[in-house]
Design a protein around this ligand. Structure first.
Ligand code: TDO
Length: 188
């Protein structure tokens, strides 16, 4: 696998080595050994899957301390713009974000460390999104801020009137409010 650096050093793009032949292709979608050697020394304990239609935006989410999570995310059908936002107060990249197109075609994965909020926008007619987490989901310990927060100012690439949100994601706080609520120093 190939690890590609991003503008935020702890956020990494992972490209698997793909073996193509007359039948199709094969690749290791995850190797714990390679991952801990080349990306981050952590162990994933939960796998999640979501399906979305064009325009569905899920975000910007994280889990509160002491249940913070790193995530390894990918797309197996369709295409999304995936975004990780640095919420680590004191970090040189605090408030900055990385946005990467992930698709079934490019087979790229994004590593979203603890201390980051995560979200994605579906760019294809449908998308199937898979992700690993290194801590279990704990209900009522979810943190989030609004996808169109003006401070973070994520450049989403579609007409914003077409964005489809969950009821929960329609009424989220701003980035600044989320930082204040979330005891951000203990997010990572
Ligand atoms: C995230 C999660 C949700 N659920 C339940 C809670 C709820 O009833 C239902 C749908 O949850 P949500 O609306 O929060 O799903 P969704 O909006 O897809 O939330 C996800 O968004 C992306 C961007 C992330 O980064 C994830 O960590 C997660 O926050 O599934 C679990 O049982 N386990 C889980 O790990």
């Amino acid at each position: 696998m190939n690890v590609i650096e991003t503008s935020i050093p702890e956020v990494k793009i992972i490209e698997p080595k793909v073996f193509g032949d007359s039948r199709g292709c094969f690749f290791e979608s995850h190797s714990h050994k390679n991952f801990i050697e080349k990306v981050c020394n952590t162990t994933f304990v939960q796998d999640n899957e979501s399906h979305s239609q064009f325009g569905v935006l899920r975000g910007m989410h994280y889990q509160l301390a002491p249940y913070t999570q790193s995530k390894l995310v990918r797309v197996v059908q369709g295409k999304v713009l995936d975004v990780a936002v640095d919420m680590r107060t004191g970090s040189p990249t605090f408030g900055k974000y990385v946005a990467v197109e992930l698709s079934a075609e490019n087979k790229r994965q994004l590593f979203v460390p603890r201390g980051f909020a995560h979200g994605f926008l579906t760019l294809s007619e449908e998308a199937t999104f898979l992700y690993k987490c290194d801590a279990y989901f704990v209900p009522n310990h979810e943190g989030a801020f609004k996808w169109d927060d003006p401070t973070v100012n994520i450049q989403w690439p579609i007409d914003l009137s077409r964005v489809i949100l969950s009821e929960k994601d329609k009424t989220l706080p701003t980035f600044e409010e989320a930082i204040a609520f979330s005891y951000a120093d203990s997010l990572y």
